[in-house]
Write a new protein. Structure first.
Length: 117
């Protein structure tokens, strides 16, 4: 957890959950850690984890089973990929293009550099 980050802690927890899903650590239709378990693992307040889980639930990524906890939706990986792509296009690329303009770097420069890696 990067508490010094400009991102709110609950969003950092969402990103952590996204990473777990994309890396295959959390599989669709299986139980995810409880709010309390994840709060202890990440050394944060359980209310912060709950806020993260509320976001994930609103996005359809997790769902509750009464008395059993939260479970990962079958299509969670696809949903996360879609959200991450949207964030990439709206935030990351915008910042990248701004930096490229400031530094006088063209798309052709980027492509050439990409091909040499």
């Amino acid at each position: 957890m990067e508490f010094a980050s400009n991102k709110p802690i609950y969003q950092q927890i969402v990103d952590f959950c996204f990473s777990r899903i994309l890396q295959g650590d959390w599989i669709g239709e299986t139980r995810v850690p409880s709010v309390r378990e994840l709060a202890m693992e990440m050394a944060v307040n359980s209310h912060t984890v709950l806020k993260s889980y509320e976001y994930l639930q609103a996005q359809g990524i997790i769902y509750p089973k009464r008395g059993l906890g939260f479970f990962l939706a079958a299509d969670a990986r696809d949903l996360v990929m879609e959200l991450r792509r949207e964030e990439f296009y709206t935030t990351t690329l915008r910042e990248l293009f701004s930096s490229m303009d400031d530094l006088g770097i063209s798309i052709d420069d980027i492509v050439a550099h990409y091909r040499t890696r």
